[in-house]
Design a protein around this ligand. Structure first.
Ligand code: HEM
Ligand code: NAG
Length: 258
C-alpha cells in the first residue's frame, strides 16, 4: 500500500516535471558540455562538519563547489544545474531526478545532503559499495565508502579492466540476496532506483555498456571528477532507462541460473 501511494506521488511529480521540461526545452538550445574541473571548481576535500551522502555523484558536486561545499542549503536550481553541468544530464532527466527526489523525501528544497540520505526516501538497502543502516530505527546510513564492499564490486569484473552490465547485474544480485535482507527485500521502486544509479554511471563515465575499473575506483574512492574528463552527454532519460532494463534482464537471467 505504502509503495503504491509513493508510486502515485512519484508519477504525479513526473507528469508535472514533464510539463516543465517541455517548456524549458523549447526555450533552451542544447549546449555542449565543458570539463567540470576548472579554476572556479577545483576539488576541495570535505572538512569536519560538512554534510555528505552515500551518493558519490552528489558528494563530487559538493567537493567541486557545484553544490554548497558544506552540503547544506541546497536549492532546486543548484541541484538541477549541478547535475547538468557536472554530469551532463539532459533537462528531462535532471528534472525527473530532482522532482522525483523531493517526492520520495517528502521535502522541498532547500535540502542538505543529510536530508537526501534519509533511509527509505531515496536511500535504500543493498548498496553496492556502502554499508546500509545498522538497525531498523537508524535514520541515516554510513556516508563513507566501505572498502570491503568496494573490493567485492571491483572483483565482479570478468576481464579485470572494465565493469560491464553483466558484472553490475551480478553485483546487484549478490547484494540483494544477502541473508540480512531476507525479511526486508528491496521494494520495486528502490530496486529500480538502485539499477538506475549504476545505469547512470555506465552512461556518464562509460559508453553505456561498461566503465573502466580505474575510473570507477578513482571516482568512488575520492569523489572527485576524473582528471581531464568531461561529460559527452546529454545523459537522457531513455538512455538511462534502457540500460537499467538491461541490468534488470541480466539480473533475472542470473537469478534463474541460481
Ligand atoms: C537528484 C539527483 C540524485 C540524488 C538525490 C541521489 C541520491 C542518492 C542516494 C540517497 C544514494 C544512496 C542510495 C543507497 O543507499 O545506496 C545514492 C547512491 C548512488 N548514486 Fe545518487 N543521487 C542522484 C544522482 C546521481 C547521479 C547523477 C549519479 C551518477 C552519476 C548517481 C550515482 C549513484 C550511485 C552509483 C550510487 C550507489 C552507491 C552504492 O551503491 O554504494 N547519483 N544516490
Ligand atoms: C533495511 O535493512 C534492515 C536490516 O538490515 C531492515 O531492518 C530495514 O527494515 C530495511 N529497510 C527497508 C526500507 O526495507
Amino acid at each position: 500500500m505504502f509503495v503504491v501511494s509513493r508510486l502515485v506521488l512519484l508519477s504525479t511529480a513526473v507528469l508535472v516535471a514533464a510539463g516543465v521540461v517541455a517548456v524549458s526545452q523549447s526555450l533552451n538550445a542544447q549546449s555542449a558540455f565543458q570539463a567540470p574541473v576548472n579554476d572556479e571548481h577545483p576539488f576541495v576535500r570535505p572538512k569536519a562538519g560538512d554534510d555528505r551522502s552515500p551518493c558519490p555523484a552528489l558528494n563530487t558536486l559538493a567537493n567541486h563547489g557545484y553544490l554548497p561545499h558544506n552540503g547544506r542549503g541546497i536549492s532546486h536550481s543548484q541541484l538541477f544545474n549541478s547535475l547538468r553541468e557536472g554530469f551532463g544530464l539532459s533537462h528531462t532527466l535532471a528534472t525527473l531526478l530532482t522532482f522525483g527526489s523531493y517526492t520520495l523525501l517528502r521535502q522541498a528544497p532547500p535540502l542538505s545532503l543529510l536530508d537526501i540520505s534519509r533511509h527509505g526516501g531515496v536511500e535504500h538497502n543493498c548498496s553496492l559499495a556502502h554499508r546500509d543502516i545498522m538497525q531498523v530505527d537508524y535514520e541515516y546510513p554510513p556516508m563513507n565508502l566501505d572498502s570491503c564492499l568496494m573490493q567485492k564490486l571491483v572483483a565482479e569484473s570478468q576481464d579485470g579492466e572494465f565493469l560491464d552490465v553483466e558484472d553490475v547485474a551480478r553485483a546487484r544480485v549478490r547484494r540483494e540476496s544477502a541473508p540480512e535482507y531476507k525479511n526486508a527485500p528491496l521494494d520495486a521502486l528502490h530496486a529500480e532506483i538502485a539499477r538506475g544509479e549504476m545505469s547512470l554511471v555506465l552512461g556518464i563515465f562509460g559508453d553505456g555498456k561498461r566503465i573502466s575499473l580505474d575510473v570507477l575506483k578513482d571516482w568512488f574512492e575520492n569523489e572527485r571528477f576524473p582528471e581531464g574528463w568531461k561529460p559527452e552527454g546529454p545523459q537522457g532519460f531513455f538512455k538511462t532507462f534502457t540500460t537499467a532494463r538491461k541490468i534488470r534482464d541480466e539480473m533475472n537471467r542470473i537469478r534463474k541460473q541460481g
